[in-house]
Design a protein around this ligand. Structure first.
Ligand code: PMP
Length: 460
């Protein structure tokens, strides 16, 4: 019997791999490698922080898949919320005079939990659409204010804001920024985290490349908005220095420029607050959301707007010519409502704060034991570690060594999923489901420990 089952599982996986290669173009993957020798790991089920493949192997999901499965896999309450809504009415439109109960209730809930007077929401299906929406609404706001020349967007180097054409332009990671020559133009990139420059220190050698330097060069009357991730995710898990986010807020106020916070990764508890901007008591003018809004159980995103923007939009007589078929999707919104209910009911944010301490203990252990481990960092359960040849002299490993890739591969062999970030050969990102417990964090640290030991052994 057992042999028969194994045989069946293997056959099933082999068939799926073959079909995958033939018909499925994967996102953010080498299409050539995928079509030829690619052999994707095909998941079929999940439970809590673990995901299981079609061939029965169980993996600890150290990145909550794509930083989004915050309540973990196999959550029955979220599934039930989707089922209940689908049985009533899976989909209805929100265009021109129609609405639905889950979208309305979710909008009310979001207004309650969002910072300051971010009291209304425009729904999308994900993060890229949210950022494109934020850019268009920013420009439209300035048109309505009689300042149509305010069109430019300033983003940060290394930012990741998505892959739709405007979002990809704002994305500062070179491989994505102008993919297929689809850049929209009118987007500028500033050096990140230059607090002194943003506060006005013109003697700083980086001043010209700062947000303030760009505003002064281009003219505030040409700039619609500044967009930033409160903690840069895909660009390397960079936590801003204290005072930076406040400095950007002040700068935007000083020059009359809208501030867009991209909370797509950070939002809904990931950093140990409901939204990352809450760490610094900053209220952005627009706030992009996705991922954690539904823990990845439904494809939902949105942009929240402060009252000033909403009040300006509602004075416009014409149609707001922007909207997705799935804006305010009832099933997606019902899942998000349940997701937020669970976050609050189960005190997930307090749990994240407690687990961050456990993770930090683990990081200290790794730094003490392994001389190559450095720059370990976390805000809540958004974390990274780095591997340097010599942290004391700030020396990276030779390009050929690719330490993060080797360690991530070693972790994978030990059934832990982590991720390297773009062209950073030294950074490993860690962002498990927020429901992870102490024992599971210790299991994760143990695997990373063994994997670094294996890497050092390979170095010889
Ligand atoms: N913004 C940020 C900060 C992100 O991390 C991502 C996705 N990783 C996006 C936007 C784009 O979201 P999506 O992939 O849902 O379009």
């Amino acid at each position: 019997m057992t042999t028969g089952n194994v045989q069946t599982t293997t056959d099933k996986t082999a068939r799926l791999v073959e079909l995958d290669k033939k018909h499925y173009i994967h996102p953010t993957t080498s299409a050539k490698a995928q079509a030829t020798d690619g052999s994707p790991l095909i998941f079929s089920s999940g439970n809590g922080v673990y995901a299981t493949s079609t061939d029965g192997e169980r993996y600890l999901d150290g990145l909550a898949m794509l930083w989004n499965v915050n309540l973990g896999h196999g959550n029955k309450e979220l599934a039930q919320a989707a089922y209940d809504q689908m049985m009533n009415m899976a989909y209805s439109s929100s265009f021109k005079g129609y609405s639905n109960e889950p979208a309305i209730e979710l909008s009310k809930k979001l207004a309650e939990i969002a910072p300051g007077d971010l009291n209304s929401v425009f729904y999308t299906s994900g993060g890229s659409e949210s950022n494109d929406t934020a850019f268009k609404l920013s420009r439209f706001y300035w048109e309505l204010k009689g300042k149509p020349s305010k069109r430019k967007i300033i983003a940060l180097n290394n930012a990741y804001h998505g892959v739709t054409v405007a979002a990809q332009t704002a994305t500062g990671i070179p491989a994505f920024h102008n993919f297929a020559g689809s850049n929209i133009g009118e987007v500028y990139h500033a050096k990140a985290h230059l607090t002194n420059c943003e506060l006005g220190d013109k003697n700083d050698p980086n001043y010209e490349g700062s947000i303030r330097g760009i505003i002064e060069k281009e003219g505030a009357d040409t700039i619609a908005a500044v967009i930033l991730e409160p903690v840069q995710g895909s660009g390397g898990v960079h936590i801003p220095p204290e005072g930076y986010i406040q400095a950007v807020r002040k700068l935007c106020d000083e020059f009359g420029i809208l501030m867009i916070a991209d909370e797509v990764i950070c939002g809904f508890g990931r950093t140990g607050k409901m939204f990352a901007v809450d760490h610094w008591d900053v209220v952005p003018d627009l706030m992009s959301m996705a991922k954690g809004i539904s823990s990845g159980y439904s494809q939902l995103g949105g942009v929240m707007l402060r009252d000033e923007i909403r009040n300006t939009l509602v004075q416009y007589d014409g149609v707001l010519s922007h909207g997705f078929t799935y804006s305010g999707h009832p099933t997606a919104c019902a899942v998000a409502l349940k997701n937020i209910e669970i976050l609050e009911r189960d005190h997930i944010i307090e749990h994240v704060q407690a687990m961050e301490k456990v993770l930090k203990d683990g990081f200290r252990y790794l730094e003490d034991k392994h001389k190559h481990v450095t720059n370990t960092r976390s805000l809540g359960l958004l974390a990274a570690i780095e591997l340097y040849e010599d942290p004391e002299t700030n020396t990276l490993f030779d390009d050929a060594v690719q330490p993060a890739t080797v360690v991530v591969d070693e972790c994978f062999d030990r059934k832990l999923i982590l991720r390297t970030l773009g062209s950073h050969r030294e950074i490993i990102a860690i962002a498990p489901p927020l429901i992870i417990n102490k024992q599971e964090i210790e299991e994760m640290i143990g695997i990373i420990d063994d994997s670094i030991t294996a890497f050092v052994k390979k170095l010889g």
